[in-house]
Ligand binder design. Structure first.
Ligand code: SAM
Length: 213
């Protein structure tokens, strides 16, 4: 796992992943997540500078955002969002008690395989029946975060997949860029879930943690 110091280095410059420019991802996430978060209490893991807290989770009843980088958390706090509070913590060590929904958007792929297993096991074991929202790049070059591997882990632990949504198209090979451009046209996003898997870059999984065994 990368450390707090590693992530603080990323955050030496604000918005290191240009997240504030990812308006298309925001739009798609907003539509996909709406039914899961409206009026719910949400724990947002790896919230960074609070961009999604502001852009997506404003419809939640309350949000607690946690991030390992205290630099990012200081920026998130400065947004003064009315429904949110922020804490600097490693989410592998944090308590997930007391929330309806656990959201781990674009952060779980930083974990090693054993860390990810421990994370998923913790949610499955201790948070029965809750919703887990997880997103990340599923392209093949990150084999350990590929779709097949993830589905295997989810089902082995008893998670029920509720929804899968494609969030963005991979820009390689160059022909994919045409598709990536098309889906950004008005209403183009409605085609996203129909695009073949090898062309997909990021995917969102909405899962229900298993009932107590
Ligand atoms: C690529 S950014 C994504 C930020 C935001 N979730 C989004 O999608 O816009 C990944 C974030 O995860 C955080 N992160 C990674 N591992 C973490 C951990 N173990 N505990 C808490 N935060 C972590 C990083 O500090 C970083 O802010």
């Amino acid at each position: 796992m990368r450390t707090a110091a590693d992530f603080n280095l990323f955050y030496a410059t604000p918005d290191p992943w240009h997240i504030s420019h990812a308006q298309f991802r925001d739009k798609v996430l907003r539509r996909c997540l709406k039914p899961f978060i409206r009026d719910k209490s949400v724990l947002e893991l790896g919230c960074g500078e609070g961009h999604l807290t502001q852009a997506i989770f404003d419809k939640a009843r309350s949000v607690v955002g946690i991030d390992i980088s205290d630099v990012a958390i200081a920026r998130a706090k400065s947004l003064s969002l009315p429904n949110a509070r922020f804490e600097s913590a490693d989410f592998l060590q944090a308590s997930f008690e007391g929330y309806d929904v656990i959201a781990a958007l674009e952060c779980v792929y930083y974990l090693s395989l054993p860390e990810r297993e421990a994370f998923l096991e913790k949610v499955a074991r201790e948070h029965s029946g809750k919703i887990l929202l997880l997103s990340g790049p599923i392209v093949d070059y990150r084999r350990h975060f590929g779709h097949k591997r993830l589905m295997y882990e989810f089902t082995a632990l008893g998670f029920a997949p509720l929804r899968l949504h494609n969030l963005s198209v991979y820009w390689h090979p160059p022909s994919s860029r045409v598709i990536a451009g098309l889906i950004k046209l008005p209403l183009g996003y409605t085609l996203l879930d129909w695009i073949p898997e090898p062309m997909i870059y990021q995917r969102l999984y909405a899962l229900r943690a298993p009932k107590q065994r």
